[in-house]
Design a protein around this ligand. Structure first.
Ligand code: SF4
Ligand code: SF4
Length: 96
């Protein structure tokens, strides 16, 4: 599977190295779903590779792709709770 640069993996998962909560856009993701800090992105982003998940979550919009990703891993309720609490930080999301 080739990465299609769909952007979903920069929104759906929580990313500790960026203090990015589940289901929220990475602050470095541009409006056209590219990484604005590509040359200095964290190691976890460098190591991430496209796999079968990318195919399973294919959808026309990034919101739909993110929803499918969260559903796939059973994380939808948790992500909704994070959004409702308006957590901008993973540490805050976990401590709430
Ligand atoms: S979810 Fe997969 S296809 Fe989409 S940007 Fe991430 S690695 Fe690439
Ligand atoms: S730093 Fe770049 S590659 Fe990593 S999650 Fe954010 S936008 Fe995506």
């Amino acid at each position: 599977m080739e990465c299609t640069r769909c952007g979903a993996c920069c929104v759906a998962p929580d990313i500790a190295a960026l203090d990015k909560p589940l289901g929220l856009r990475c602050p470095h993701l541009t409006a056209d779903n590219l990484c604005s800090v590509y040359d200095r992105r964290p190691q976890v982003c460098r190591d991430y590779e496209a796999d079968d998940v990318c195919r399973l979550i294919e959808a026309p919009t990034i919101d739909e792709r993110v929803r499918k990703y969260l559903d796939l891993f059973g994380l939808t309720a948790e992500a909704d709770a994070v959004r409702q609490r308006g957590c901008s930080s993973m540490r805050k999301a976990r401590s709430g």
